[in-house]
Design a binder for this molecule. Sequence first.
Ligand code: ADP
Length: 259
Amino acid sequence: MNYTIGIDIGSTTSKCVVLKEGRELIAKSLVQAGTGTDGPKKAYEEVLKSANIQVKEIAYTMATGYGRTTFEAMNGEMSELSCHAKGVFFMNPAIRTIVDIGGQDAKVIQLSEKGTISNFMMNDKCAAGTGRFLDVMAQILQLKVSELEDYAKKSTSPVKISSTCTVFAESEVISQLSKGVALTDLIAGICNSVASRVAALAKRVGVIEDVCMSGGVAQNGGVRMALARELSTNICYVEDAQYMGALGAAIAAYERYTS
Ligand code: ADP
């Protein structure tokens, strides 16, 4: 039996996936701690436990993500762009544009019909337009990031957040809160702000349908809705969006092992 592992070591989280024969996802794990912590090791141990297999049964472990070069148990490493492309194409081969928003960066990847990368762009310089922006705002509002979606969806009149910098936007949100603006409208404005920055990046890459989101922020329906509006397109929902990098790495591990 060929088991391969993909591990995606991000800035905020560590994700692992076990694949059987390069096509059957048998276990996954996520630890809320990324590069520079024991999160990758924990995620690796958890996934082995949940798959009920031992390290010696793993044919190949491929690491990806921001901290991919730091993982000792890996056999090889691959870029996040390639892994997200592989993971998403495996889940849905109709996808031509991936908008991947993680904890610290955002990437837009254009795929060919064969699933190869035909164009891409990345923002890793500024927290606005990344999960970090949402995490900071959720903290100010004393909410979990997973709760933002419900508020955003109930908004009738989203607030416009005009600051382009996360630090200034933080002050803006606090000032809006003290004015008594509805939380629903404030949170919708926060989601819109992330979506509009990423949409600008996507337009530079060129948006070809079908479009999907990957990365942790894909779980935020408020951002998904806002992005769909900004790009005038439907955003396909990919199950396990936060695991696409790890899934792609496990596929790449299988390809490398069997080549
Ligand atoms: P990285 O790989 O850079 O660590 P991820 O792709 O794991 O990042 O995404 C992390 C981001 O996903 C967080 O910053 C957070 O904003 C968002 N996120 C994580 N879990 C959820 C959730 N349940 N609902 C909404 N957003 C989430």
